[in-house]
Design a protein around this ligand. Structure first.
Ligand code: NAP
Length: 293
């Protein structure tokens, strides 16, 4: 049986770095996927120039029909998936406070899309497989300052409804003008992105419970600040360095690592430590842009 790895949103950035790294180490086929065919095929051509041969398929994580086409393709050609890396995502652009429509787009892509993936692709993940959700420093609970939501998201018996209501509460607050800056770290900057990634990391733990019986490990991680388009090229790491921990998590981490929130240096953090200093600070971004870096 041929093993299969799939990386969403991998025509550029960290996803592309992960595909490249997996192609060098993974004993199986690696799928580079992209929402835009042209950008995806151009990325495949770049890897081919390096002598690397990914498989390619179009996959827009917010487009149900696209996910169905991809699901059918994988089912027919390989029968299953061994590694699934949910990397596709969008950031905040240069603005730290966004309109309702912009917030909705971010949360739809970074968070709500996971339910289509969960419904259509998770059933293809084979026993003992590994799923990795690329979250962010913005996905740690310390990004939230509203005590009601801290407590509700920390419940032992957390449900999907809790997490969805959290995302919708934020969206409603932006829509009806009741958004409170103090409900989030750093004066509520990049709040939509923070909400999307906190929700993604929270849902990861529920996904782990669901998939426990198949011994599938589901983790989320912060890849570090990486020099990609999303970060306007600012960051401490290039995409090859950033790919190292995701690849470790899907190939090398112990089987016991499940439902965890992992930092880019492989540290497993306490996601529930809402007083911790792991939240994203936009000052880093501002300082770099002021310096003209
Ligand atoms: N860079 C960082 O410092 C950093 C830090 C923390 C977390 N992250 C997370 O890491 C992941 C990768 O980010 P990156 O920095 O590599 O960003 P990037 O260079 O902007 O790449 C994002 C990728 O996601 C794809 N994408 C966006 N929407 C999609 C959709 N609906 N369906 C399928 N693919 C879609 C993009 O495709 P197009 O080319 O078509 O737009 C692109 O390939 C994201 O989840 C991000 O939130 C990044």
């Amino acid at each position: 049986m041929v093993k299969v790895a799939v990386v969403t949103g991998s025509n550029k950035g960290i996803g592309f770095g992960i595909v490249k790294g997996l192609l060098k180490r993974f004993d199986g086929v690696v799928y580079l996927t992209s929402r835009d065919d042209g950008r995806g095929k151009a990325a495949v051509a770049k890897l081919n120039e390096l002598g690397l041969k990914p498989e390619y398929h179009q996959l827009d994580v917010t487009d149900r029909e696209s996910v169905i086409r991809f699901r059918d393709h994988i089912r027919e050609k390989y029968g299953g998936i061994d590694i699934l890396i949910n990397n596709a995502g969008v950031g905040n652009s240069k603005e730290f406070f966004l309109s309702y429509e912009e917030c909705k787009t971010i949360i739809d892509i970074n968070y709500f899309s996971i339910f289509v993936i969960q419904e259509l692709l998770f059933p293809l993940v084979r026993d003992n497989g590994r799923i990795l959700n690329i979250s962010s420093a913005c996905g740690h609970l310390s990004n939230i300052r509203n005590m009601y939501w801290i407590q509700r998201l920390s419940k032992k018996d957390l449900t999907v409804e809790d997490v969805n209501e959290f995302a919708n509460w934020f969206l409603e607050s932006v829509k009806n003008g009741t958004f409170e800056h103090d409900d989030f770290a750093d004066n509520g900057t990049a709040a939509a992105y923070r909400v999307s990634k906190v929700a993604l990391s929270a849902i990861t733990m529920l996904q782990q419970k669901e998939l426990e019986s198949k011994n599938i490990a589901v983790n989320s991680m912060h890849p570090g600040l990486v020099q990609t388009d999303m970060m306007l090229g600012l960051g401490f790491y290039d995409i090859d360095q950033a790919a190292e921990t995701p690849i470790y998590l899907v190939l090398d981490a112990p089987d016991s690592l499940k439902g965890a929130y992992v930092w880019y240096d492989r540290q497993v953090l306490d996601w529930y430590d809402y007083k911790a200093d792991y939240y994203f600070k936009v000052d880093y971004f501002k300082t770099c842009t002021q310096k003209g870096e």
